[in-house]
Design a protein around this ligand. Structure first.
Ligand code: FES
Length: 322
């Protein structure tokens, strides 16, 4: 069988699928080759085995501990990737994955005190790292705060019984849950918070709030995952973007990335890693000024021809796109 894209060379077979919550499923995959990853990393998945549609999913399994490679996916309305993975893929089907990517991991941290924070499906790398720490740093002091919408939305509910965790539910909090969202007071109650390495994964506004609160509490070792970028509302002024095919004009605020400008204006663009690693958001700029923070997957020729990674392209003027 031919791989759909050189980016996703790992063929994996779905061994079984487990429903975690009303809208989250875990796909347990078997890989017949030796697939390596670090706790907290993600992989790109070729959706529908198509070379043109890649999505990034955290590997929720933990290397050396979990019997399968697992992807834990929330079904999103109109989500091309999540819809396929949670509704159409069946036991026995094959998926194609990229190498594991990302640096949201704890295995190089010398510190032995951690605060892991997750909201919703952001718990996937957090659980992967929690298992890793239990096995490889059994003496580590690890606090976890996990925020969900309602108690029935807790992912890995059975497994959390093995670890100390503070559970918070925005609504319908039952016994064992704190009601509401994360607050500075709840964070301040974590013992020795300033001495901890803080790792957070969840929607961008949640991560921003946590970052602000913990830094105000003296935390200096702070890491957040970058997947969860909300799509901003389109704007009517700012930098002007013109696409030639199809012919369109739209605007993005100064300081936006090209990817954010495209997405907020519903211009079709692939984006998997959002970190300048996977190459899926390659876009050609015909004119205008911009800076880039990554050209990792582009050839010199492509860069000279105006190709950019939209997630890593920072427009400095109006741009014309191919
Ligand atoms: S989304 Fe992966 S390089 Fe831009």
């Amino acid at each position: 069988m031919t791989m759909p894209t050189p980016l996703c060379p790992w063929r994996m077979q779905v061994h079984h699928i487990t429903q975690e919550t009303p809208d989250v499923w875990t796909l347990a995959l078997l890989c017949h080759d030796q697939y390596r990853w670090r706790a907290g990393q993600y992989a790109l998945v070729s959706i529908n085995n198509s070379p043109d549609i890649l999505r990034a999913y955290t590997i929720s399994a933990t290397p050396g501990i979990s019997p399968f490679i697992t992807l834990t996916v929330r079904r999103i309305d109109d989500g091309v990737g999540s819809g396929w993975l949670t509704q159409q893929v069946k036991r026995g089907d094959y998926l194609w994955l990229s190498d594991a990517q990302g640096d949201f991991t704890c295995d190089t941290e010398a510190n032995d005190r951690f605060l892991l924070l997750a909201a919703g499906c952001g718990v996937t790398p957090i659980m992967s790292m929690r298992r890793w720490l239990a096995k490889h740093r059994p003496a580590a002091d690890v606090a976890v705060i996990y925020n969900v919408r309602t108690p029935q939305d807790v992912i890995f509910a059975d497994e959390w019984r093995d670890y100390p965790v503070t559970l918070m539910a925005e609504q319908q909090a039952t016994l064992g849950f704190i009601e509401g969202r994360i607050t500075p007071e709840i964070l301040a109650a974590v013992p020795d918070i300033a001495a901890r390495t803080v790792m957070v994964c969840g929607p961008a506004p949640y991560m921003d709030a946590v970052e602000q609160h913990v830094k105000a509490l003296g935390v200096t070792r702070f890491h957040k995952e970058k997947f969860f970028t909300p799509v901003a509302a389109p704007v009517a002024s700012g930098l002007k973007f013109t696409t030639l095919s199809p012919a369109r004009e739209f605007y993005g605020p100064v300081g936006t990335t090209l990817l954010e400008a495209l997405e907020s204006n519903k211009v079709a663009v692939n984006a998997a890693c959002r970190a300048g690693v996977c190459g899926s958001c390659k876009t050609r700029v015909l004119s205008g000024e911009y800076t880039t923070t990554s050209t990792m997957t582009l050839t010199e020729r492509e860069v000279a021809d105006g190709y950019v990674l939209a997630c890593s392209c920072h427009p400095q003027s109006d741009l014309v796109l191919a």
